[in-house]
Design a protein around this ligand. Structure first.
Ligand SMILES: [Zn+2]
Length: 176
């Protein structure tokens, strides 16, 4: 049985194009995952057992000036799909490491540096200025999870055509 990735936090899954929902239309981009809002530094736990296949930088101020550094972990779970846990402040696991369900893998981070958001920032980002939303950003893939791609940046996809391997995690999360 999969387990919920954030302890001490009620299940709240954004749907229907609400902020943080899967494939949310953000104007020039679509959201590749689901955002589970939680306090900065909340512990993040593996939903399913598996093996870490990749870790890396998810956002960086060197790419977008109003971003902080956050990290991602991709775990190939024993049932074949891949979870990508993103927007983490810290990660506690390494590539090649076997992961048990419920294992602590990282901490929730904060992507946006509000002070650096200005009138040149995308409209949906400007609306978030001063709100400092922090979250676990979760993506689900059937094969070849995406970490770097010319159409992908910071958990968003810059095209209306969804990548084949990207799955909607809503039902899976709701069933936990
Ligand atoms: Zn997100």
């Amino acid at each position: 049985m999969p387990s919920w990735p954030l302890k001490n936090k009620q299940k709240e899954i954004p749907t229907n194009n609400h902020p943080g929902s899967f494939w949310e239309d953000r104007g020039d981009r679509h959201h590749c995952g689901i955002d589970l809002y939680s306090d900065v530094e909340s512990d993040v736990f593996a939903i399913e057992p598996g093996i870490v296949i990749e870790t890396g930088l998810m956002t960086s101020p060197e790419w977008i000036h109003y971003w902080n550094h956050t990290y991602f972990v991709i775990i190939k779970n024993d049932h074949g799909n891949y979870w990508k846990y993103g927007e983490l402040k810290e990660i506690y696991v390494k590539s090649g490491e076997n992961i048990s369900e419920g294992q602590k893998i990282g901490k929730v981070g904060l992507v946006l540096d509000s002070e650096k958001i200005n009138e040149t920032s995308p409209a949906y980002i400007q609306k978030l200025k001063g709100k400092n939303p922090s979250m676990l950003h979760l993506e689900l893939y059937s094969y070849e999870p995406i970490s770097r791609h010319e159409k992908y940046l910071g958990g968003n996809w810059f095209s209306d055509e969804m990548p084949d391997q990207l799955l909607d995690p809503t039902e899976k999360l709701a069933s936990i």
